[in-house]
Every structure is written in C-alpha cells, then in structure tokens.
Design a protein. Structure first.
Length: 534
C-alpha cells in the first residue's frame, strides 16, 4: 500500500474520532489515518480546572462566534470547540452525562434502527470504567474513567437538603435507572487528571503500526470520484497534501466542522454552495441545517457564610494553597469539574422526566479584559438549560476558504416551548435558593436581580446575558427524511465511501452534556464499519 493510501481516513480526533480510531485499529487488519487540525495537546489540559482557561484560548480552541441575532440582542455568542487531539474533551468542563432513555428511543422512533436506549446502553457500558462499580446500567474495564466529583462543601449538602424540602428525589446515579434529582456530578476525571478522549483512547495505542496520527492537518475538501468519496485533501503548514482511502472516509470533525467540510467539497444545499462559488457535486438539503444547542442563562446569588465559596478560598495566598493542595493530594479547586453538583428537574409536575438541567457552581466568575477569573464577592452560580430545545439554527460556509470560520446561527428562543421552559427554570432556581437550607448560606440575588420578576423581564435577562452550554449538534442529522444527511449506518445519503460520526448526526439534542454521547457515537460507528468489512 502506498504511503498516502489507507483503508480508512478519520477527519477529526475529538471525542468520537479518538474512540473510532482506537476500535478500528484494534484487530490490526486495517490501516487508518487520523487527521487533526490542531496540535497534539496543551500543557494545561491534564489539569481539570483548565476548562476555565482553555475555553477562550486559541492555542487549543477554534474560538468560534455566532452571528449576531435580534433574539439575543445582536450579541455574537462564543462557541468554544476543541482544536487539539481529544477535541472538546480536552478543554471541556468534564461533566459526564449520557442523557435519558427517551432521547435514544426517540431516535429509534424516527426510523433510526439500532439507536434505541437498549441498543446503545451496552456501548456506554463497554466504554466506561465507572469507579463506583459495574451494575445493570454501568460498566467497568472500559477506556473512559468516570468518577464522582470528590469535592466536599457545606454548600453541596445544603443543596441536597433544599431538594428534600422541595420534594426532589435523592439519586445516587443519574446515568443509571433514572436521571431526576439534585446529584453529585459524575466526571471524566480520575486521580486528579482529565480523562480526555486523547488520553483514554489514543495514548494507549500510539504504538500501533496500522495507525498514523497527523496533527496540524486542516481538511480542505473531500476527494470525490463520481458519487464515491475516495480521500481527503488537507493542508499542513503551507503544504497541500492528499490521502486516499481504499474503503471509507469518516468525518468526526463535529457539528461545526463536519458540515463545513462537506460544503467545501460541493456537498450540501445548492444555494449555499453557489453563493460561496463552489460547484455542486451532490445536493443534500440538510447539510448545515438543524443546529441545536443548550442556551444557558446563569443566575448568581451571594454567599454570606465565609469560607464556603471558592471566591474566599482561592484568592491571593488562598490560590497558592489550592495549587499546593492539588500538587500534594490532587484535590481542591484545581480538581473541580465545571459544576460539582447538578440538578435534573421538572418544571411541571405532569412531565414524565426532567426538562431542565442546573449546574451549581461554588463560586462567582467575572470577565476582566475578556478573561474569566474569580470575582471579589463570594457567590454561587446556577447555570440553567432546557434539556430538549426545539429552536433550530444552521451552520454554513461563508466562502470557499477552508480557514474562514462558518456562519453559526442558533435562532435561540425561536420556539415558544423553549422560552416557557427557561422562564420556568429560572423560577425553579429561585425556589431552591429560597429554601431554609440554602438561606442559611445565601444572600441577595446578584443576577438577574430580585427586581426581575415578570415573564417578559426574565426573558429579557436571558436574551441579554445567556451564552451556550457548548453542546452544538444536529447539523448532519441521522434519519430518512428529506433533511437527513446520514442513514442509521451513518452513511451519507447518496454517496459511497463516506460516513459521519460525531454530534452532528444527532437527530435531537440529548438531555445533558454531549461528550459521553459523542464517544458512544464513535464506538457505534466502529461497530458498523467492522461489521460491514466482515
């Protein structure tokens, strides 16, 4: 086989691509090229709390921005995406959520056979090493280490007691039989180290002779011969290279970059392609459409008891103490995920399952000169999002230049159910903070402020302040309808030799964080490819 020829080429070494590369090369029969646009890594990535720095660091992050939209007061909203081995799993907040049974059953009901909860549960179990032990729902022995956040704080205990006051169920495993409750966060952290897809899936297999990993490799276009994808053109530095695939090319570049590369290759909506000066090679109306993400307003309350919030415990000499503690014990602030306590709750009693997620963060962060840092006042930040939003946006190229960021349009708050659920969610947070348990710690509401009471006022606050939870999906959705881009085998409709395996294929957004589900998609894709090859 020639040096630039491979059996499979994977574009994107993020959560899905890393898992796929690991499984495809395991039997030694297939030669695989894994292309990553970013570098091998970042020196801070291994430290869990690095998400606070890497979330806007161009050395590890694409640093996308959405297009200004009237519904969000014409603000360009940050869209962080990992640009290094491991992708967003190397810069994210390390919160591990699978989603609800109904998410995957809904995918199957849309005609995607093999994607029900019962179908994907064995894959989740296979990929996990859950440190609290295996059972009917959880796995051990897999590459991805998952642990419960070890940090202890009176604030967390107060939140659990607040849940008891309001009748929220106690739940020891929200990734198990049921999701609902105020819960301690499960994290992709083990022994004080980030468990990124690069660390868990790629580092153990770098020695495999049938795997080539090439970093700094920006995809320029897919190589097509008629209706078959035969390779990838990519740039490394100023050099343009080609790699050929004997069997298949698999896009694992994520909800932003996978539709971008399709459109750069002449695959997509004809009006978008022609507007960018690209010849139409294959018309697919759904490419770049169907974007969903979790819009995330953040409410903030003062903490009145000293020494509870990390604003008190990690400023000045306290920060030096936290660094020393991490160095000696791998504990403290530096070992925190983005939220050590979560709430999966219902805004209406008649709902069958939670419709909101709340991240309870034991500090208040402010922006100074565009950088996030601990604020001077002790606080608790409660980040809210609606689990299954209905508002749909799009991601499309602006030109034929591969390095130009595409246009990201969320259309946040477009659907009435999204507006209603978020307003109700803010009121749920206020009910939690108003409990006897939380009032022993909490003072005034800082954001949006107690004066913001009506539905319209709360909606104005969301439009003016909310960002995202960094979970874009759906831009190359799986299905059999006119807007679907891939089938239930993840094959691109109407083309041979091309699949997509990342968050872009999700027909609907899962109920929670997307890192774990994207790894599952990579694992599932490997099963599909190996079965077809056999």
């Amino acid at each position: 086989m020639a040096e630039n020829q491979f059996d499979y080429i994977i574009v994107g070494a993020g959560s899905a691509g890393s898992a796929l590369a690991n499984r495809l090369t395991a039997n030694g029969r297939h030669r695989v090229l894994l292309l990553e646009a970013g570098p091998k890594g970042h020196y801070l990535s291994r430290v869990p709390v690095s998400f606070s720095k890497l979330i806007d660091d161009p050395a590890a992050n694409w640093c996308y921005r959405s297009e200004p939209e009237q519904s969000m007061r014409n603000r360009p909203i940050p869209v962080p995406r990992g640009r290094l081995l491991g992708g967003s799993s190397s810069i994210n907040g390390l919160v591990y959520v699978r989603g609800q049974r109904l998410d995957y059953d809904a995918w199957a009901q849309l005609g995607n056979r093999g994607w029900s909860y019962e179908d994907v549960l064995p894959i989740f179990k296979r990929m996990e090493h859950y440190e609290d032990g295996a059972d009917e729902w959880r796995g051990q022995g897999g590459p991805l280490w998952v642990s419960v956040a070890p940090d202890q704080n009176p604030m967390y205990e107060a939140l659990f007691r607040a849940g008891d006051e309001l009748g929220f169920p106690r739940n020891n495993d929200y990734n198990g039989a049921r999701q609902e409750g105020i819960v301690k966060t499960q994290t992709t952290i083990s022994r004080g180290r980030r468990m990124s897809a690069a660390y868990c899936y790629l580092d153990p297999i770098r020695h495999r002779s049938n795997l080539k990993i090439e970093t700094g490799a920006l995809g320029r276009r897919l190589l097509l011969e008629g209706k078959r994808c035969v390779g990838v053109e990519y740039g490394v530095g100023g050099e343009v290279r080609e790699a050929r695939a004997r069997a298949e090319v698999i896009l694992c570049a994520g909800a932003v970059n996978s539709p971008q590369l399709l459109e750069l290759s002449g695959i997509g909506r004809s009006e978008v392609l022609q507007g960018a000066g690209i010849a139409v090679r294959h018309e697919l109306k759904g490419v770049g459409e169907g974007l969903r993400d979790h819009i995330a307003p953040r409410t903030i309350f003062r903490i009145t008891r000293p020494g509870i919030a990390y604003n008190d415990r990690a400023r000045g000499i306290g920060l030096a103490g936290q660094i020393l503690r991490y160095g000696l014990t791998r504990g403290g602030l530096l070992n925190l995920p983005s939220a050590p306590v979560l709430g999966f709750l219902r805004t209406r009693a008649e709902l069958e399952s939670p419709d909101i997620q709340i991240h309870f963060v034991p500090y208040h962060v402010v922006l100074r000169n565009g950088k996030r840092e601990l604020g001077p006042d002790a606080g608790i930040t409660c980040t809210l999002y609606q689990l299954r939003p209905e508002s749909l946006g799009s991601i499309h190229i602006k030109s034929a230049e591969p390095s130009e960021h595409p246009a990201i349009r969320f259309n946040f708050l477009d659907a009435a159910i999204d507006r209603e659920t978020l307003i109700a969610g803010v009121r749920v947070i206020r009910r939690i903070i108003a409990t006897k348990a939380m009032q022993e710690l909490c003072g005034a509401e800082v954001q949006p402020g107690a004066e913001v009471q009506s539905d319209d006022e709360i909606l104005d606050f969301i439009a003016e302040k909310a960002e995202t939870a960094y979970h874009p999906v759906g831009t190359c959705k799986m299905g059999g309808d006119a807007m679907a881009v891939v089938d239930d085998q993840l094959r691109v409709h109407g083309l041979q030799g091309l699949r997509i395996a990342d968050g872009a294929i999700m027909p609907t957004l899962v109920s929670g964080n997307t890192n774990g589900p994207c790894m599952m998609i990579g694992e599932k894709c490997a099963d599909l490819i190996l079965a077809a090859a056999a």
